[in-house]
Design a protein around this ligand. Structure first.
Ligand SMILES: NC(=O)c1ccc[n+]([C@@H]2O[C@H](COP(=O)([O-])OP(=O)(O)OC[C@H]3O[C@@H](n4cnc5c(N)ncnc54)[C@H](O)[C@@H]3O)[C@@H](O)[C@H]2O)c1
Length: 264
């Protein structure tokens, strides 16, 4: 199926590794020009370099998505480089470990958590999505074409113990997306969410290894396919929602999770 998005421009946040990196690669294979964001310039450059070496068009743009001024600067840079910004993928959602004494970003019982952890988690997820969406929305409206896709988590759909603030913030992104979808639909901008369950990335490798074989039982498709979720599963769903073929789909949440949860 031809996706009809050749030469469109995407900005993917938190895309120096993991799911975001794969989203960049998959969209580049469809001929989309890619701006790779990450908190760390070297990660963004590495991811962009990989695309350029395989014949795609990509630039690395570092910025902290929780900083609106930095985000506005990043969006200006992307538009200067590529002439527009058509697709935003809000993917950054797991706080990076930047100092040795950083409080664990997400995991742990709620009873042992406190404001520092909540702010890091909720700040990144909610303000990251607000800032990046705010920075692109006027350009998309003016061009009467746009896609905003946020990577949430099944934790936000059905709740996940030891990820209470994270679940709350991801659920908030669903409300944001539905409200904005109604507000901006008349400008032909769609707003949707893709919701992974456990997906094998650098962020989850140690946790998955610690679970042993038991984890496979939670995913109806896992035994048959002999695997857990991969970044490409998420990237393929994003590519479809970003495509011309999905112009009639907005305000929706698509779980890509091997059957882990089957939320309405
Ligand atoms: N991996 C999973 O099992 C899983 C499951 C459900 C949902 N998700 C969601 O998928 C998304 C990607 O997850 P992942 O496993 O690939 O994460 P990851 O930690 O491997 O990669 C995320 C990237 O985001 C960057 N980042 C962190 N804070 C940032 C900031 N303030 N500004 C810009 N970049 C920042 C990090 O440097 C990192 O390179 C997240 O939103 C996460 O919540 C992941």
């Amino acid at each position: 199926m031809e996706l009809g998005i050749r030469d469109r421009v995407v900005l993917v946040t938190g895309a120096g590794r993991g799911i975001g990196r794969q989203i960049c690669q998959t969209l580049a294979e469809e001929g989309v020009r890619v701006a790779v964001n990450d908190l760390f310039q070297e990660r963004a450059d590495e991811s962009a370099g990989e695309i350029s070496r395989s014949g795609g068009k990509a630039i690395g743009v570092s910025a902290d998505v929780t900083d609106l001024e930095a985000v506005n600067g990043m969006v200006r840079r992307v538009v200067e480089e590529f002439g527009s910004l058509d697709i935003l993928v809000n993917n950054a959602g797991i706080p990076a470990v930047t100092t040795q004494d950083a409080v664990p970003a997400t995991g742990g019982f709620f009873s042992g958590s406190g404001p520092e952890q909540w702010e890091r988690t909720m700040g990144l997820i909610t303000h990251g999505v607000l800032n990046c969406s705010r920075a692109v929305i006027e350009g998309m409206s003016e061009r009467s074409w746009g896609r905003i896709i946020s990577i949430i988590s099944d934790a936000g759909r059905v709740g996940e113990p030891r990820l209470v603030a994270y679940s709350m913030a991801k659920a908030g992104v669903v409300g944001f997306s539905k409200a904005l979808a109604k507000e901006i639909g008349r400008a032909c901008v769609t707003v949707n969410c893709v919701s992974p369950a456990t997906t094998e990335t650098e962020a989850t490798a140690a946790w998955i290894a610690a679970q042993g074989d038991q984890i496979m039982r939670q995913y109806p498709l896992a035994k048959g396919l002999n695997r857990l979720g991969k970044p490409s599963d998420i990237a393929n769903a994003v590519a479809f929602l970003a495509s011309e073929r999905a112009e009639w789909i907005t305000g929706q949440v698509l779980s890509v999770n091997g059957g882990y949860s089957m939320a309405d």
